[in-house]
Structures are given as structure tokens and as C-alpha cells.
Design a protein around this ligand. Structure first.
Ligand SMILES: [Zn+2]
Length: 62
């Protein structure tokens, strides 16, 4: 038995195997797609993402 809670809609679920849960770790494939859509929209900001700006003063060419 696998128990989990959908990160999208917070719905708790319990399944025998992951095969029974096509959208695992989400409650359904619908929520899985919602999560995917959030990524696509860029709603998930990556806090520690380095801002790559070209620095002209330290240009190293290899
Ligand atoms: Zn859900």
C-alpha cells in the first residue's frame, strides 16, 4: 500500500502499487498535468538560480 498526498490539490490517496496511480505522486494525471503546466509557465521560481550576466571585464576565452 502506498499512501501519499497530492501536492496540487492536497488530496490524500492510497494505492496498492504505483501502477494504480498513473499520475503518481499526484492523485491523478490531471493534477500531474497541472503541475507540469506550472513548470511550463515558470511559476516555480528557482531561488538560487544564478543570474548569468556576461561580464566584459573578465572575459576568458578558451
Ligand atoms: Zn490532486
Amino acid at each position: 500500500m502506498i499512501r501519499g498526498r497530492c501536492p496540487i490539490c492536497s488530496k490524500a490517496f492510497a494505492v496498492e502499487t504505483i501502477d494504480d496511480q498513473p499520475g503518481f505522486p499526484f492523485c491523478s494525471e490531471r493534477c500531474k498535468l497541472i503541475d507540469l503546466g506550472r513548470w511550463m509557465d515558470g511559476n516555480y521560481a528557482i531561488p538560487d538560480a544564478p543570474v548569468s550576466e556576461p561580464d566584459d571585464s573578465e572575459s576568458e576565452e578558451e
